[in-house]
Design a protein around this ligand. Structure first.
Ligand SMILES: Nc1ncnc2c1ncn2[C@@H]1O[C@H](COP(=O)(O)OP(=O)(O)O)[C@@H](O)[C@H]1O
Ligand SMILES: [Mg+2]
Length: 229
């Protein structure tokens, strides 16, 4: 699917842009082919140094994660990488969730399905690590959750030796904390006091891991704010 798509074709082949070019964020193009729709997460529009070092690394990380997640519900289908600089991924009709979105109410079932999705990708040996960044969860037009943006994810295999195994476990937990964070925003009345306590509790190891996570994110994504917190 989308085998003939080239980076130079994107301006004329795309039927829309979800996010325009910036120095450090990929351009998100919308493309269609034979009835299928895809987004192209394209780092080729960034500055040369960023695109060739960070961009290629992030594309490699994200494509590796998507290949491992193939076939799981709630995860878009991954089609291909173009020239090491762009990912072609199934477009999920719907919209990303937003921070401080007060007007939208989501049913409890949405979060039950999200918990299943998280359980399933953990079983495949991946921690997402950026699920607390709310726009990485998409509300599909079918009313179901979808999880996007896998370039910060880590695998159990890479983190199997001490002390990395402890860090991996911490990130598994952090994915579940992200569900509590979303519930606090969308259905706070269902969050139990125990969940609230767990969500607000920070042990020293966690603070350290968060600080490292925050710094890495700033380097790789040039984000001004921590995505957790
Ligand atoms: N497969 C997809 N289907 C629909 N929208 C998507 C898809 N992938 C990304 N998007 C939209 O583009 C935004 C940015 O994509 P994302 O992968 O999170 O990039 P970044 O790493 O720059 O945060 C998402 O928040 C979402 O709104
Ligand atoms: Mg994102």
């Amino acid at each position: 699917m989308f085998e003939s798509l080239r980076l130079s074709d994107l301006p004329k082949r795309s039927h829309g842009i979800l996010r325009g070019p910036s120095c450090t964020k990929p351009t998100i193009w919308l493309v269609k082919e034979a009835g299928a729709r895809a987004v192209v997460k394209d780092y080729s529009t960034g500055k040369p140094l960023y695109r060739n070092i960070i961009g290629r690394f992030l594309v490699w990380r994200e494509s590796k994660a998507y290949k491992r997640l193939r076939g799981l519900r709630g995860i878009p289908t991954f089609y291909r990488v173009i020239d090491g600089l762009a990912l072609v991924i199934e477009e999920i009709p719907g919209r990303s969730l937003k921070k401080h979105e007060k007007e939208l109410k989501l049913p409890k079932a949405f979060f039950d399905v999200l918990k299943d999705i998280v359980d399933n990708f953990h079983r495949r040996g991946l921690a997402h690590c950026d699920l607390k960044h709310i726009p990485n969860v998409l509300l599909g037009s079918d009313g179901l959750p979808y999880v996007l943006d896998w370039n910060a994810s880590i695998s159990e295999k890479e983190f199997r030796f001490f002390p990395l195994n402890l860090i991996f476990r911490r990130f598994l937990l952090d994915d579940y904390m992200a569900i509590i964070k979303l519930k606090l925003q969308y259905i706070p009345e269902t969050v139990t006091p125990e969940e609230k306590r767990r969500y607000h509790h920070r042990c020293p190891v966690e603070k350290g891991v968060r600080a490292i996570n925050y710094r890495l994110r700033k380097i790789f994504k040039n984000s001004n704010k921590p995505s957790v917190y």
